[in-house]
Design a protein around this ligand. Structure first.
Ligand SMILES: [Fe+2]
Ligand SMILES: [Fe+2]
Length: 246
């Protein structure tokens, strides 16, 4: 058995959205996903998909994308991404009823892999706009947007804490934490998300959302304060699922 993760499939079988405008790596990327996931993930494994699954705005416009995900091997666990409009935050339980035994939607709940609880939420981080000087140094940012971001961060933190609490109540003491957004932004060294990861002594924080060479280094990668941070955006991994736990 093994635990894998991959983010940002950005599927659009029912839309005319083209991903190859974002670079060569996105050309027929869904074929790469299919190829690499089938090559790597076994039926008894767990695969966490860390958000931005579909371009469809309503569930009916995502049916083919979700069916594609269902056909991938392993037990599929989904995190909500900023583009996942089909996933109403208040209706996760309804999605889990509808896709029972096929897909698991992780938010305000938890699931497990062996003796690890898998907890997670979309997360959030202030992404600017930042103002730069001519040398590229940050000299300021949009403070109004930063205020709005704080509210979203609080809400996401509450959802994440609920996920941890439910897992703890169920007896779990080992955790892997999943986010869609990176845990910190380009100016931060720590955040409420790195704090909670340390509080619960999670083994790993797995996130995606960062696209393109220039964004891959926006947040923490590797070990920090005893926690392993892993970026699993599809384009970063060239669509090969990352092994989280053997
Ligand atoms: Fe994305
Ligand atoms: Fe995203």
């Amino acid at each position: 058995m093994a635990l894998y993760a991959l983010g940002d499939l950005h599927l659009g079988f029912q839309t005319d959205k083209r991903m190859d405008v974002f670079g060569r790596v996105w050309k027929h990327h869904e074929r790469k996903v299919e190829k690499y996931v089938n090559k790597t993930v076994r039926q008894r494994d767990t695969l966490v998909l860390t958000g931005d699954h579909s371009w469809g705005r309503k569930l009916e416009q995502c049916r083919e994308d979700l069916a594609f995900i269902e056909r991938l091997p392993g037990r599929k666990v989904l995190i909500r991404g900023n583009h996942d409009m089909f996933w109403d935050a208040g209706k996760t339980a309804r999605l889990n009823e509808e896709f029972d035994q096929r897909l698991f939607f992780l938010q305000n709940n938890f699931t497990f892999y062996e003796d690890y609880a898998l907890v997670g939420t979309k997360g959030f981080t202030f992404e600017g706009p930042f103002y730069l000087d001519r040398w590229g140094n940050v000299t300021g940012w949009d403070e109004k947007r930063e205020e709005q971001a704080k509210k979203l961060i609080d809400r996401e933190l509450a959802r994440l804490r609920k996920s941890f609490c439910l897992a703890e109540e169920a007896g779990y003491r080992k955790f892997i934490m999943f986010l869609h957004y990176p845990p910190t932004n380009i100016l931060e060294e720590t955040s409420v998300f790195t704090d909670i990861a340390e509080e619960y002594k999670v083994k790993a924080v797995v996130y995606s959302h960062c696209h393109g060479e220039r964004r891959f280094g926006d947040s923490i990668r590797g070990e920090f304060h005893g926690v392993q941070y892993m970026l699993v955006s599809g384009d970063y991994l060239e669509f090969q699922p990352a092994l989280i736990l053997p």
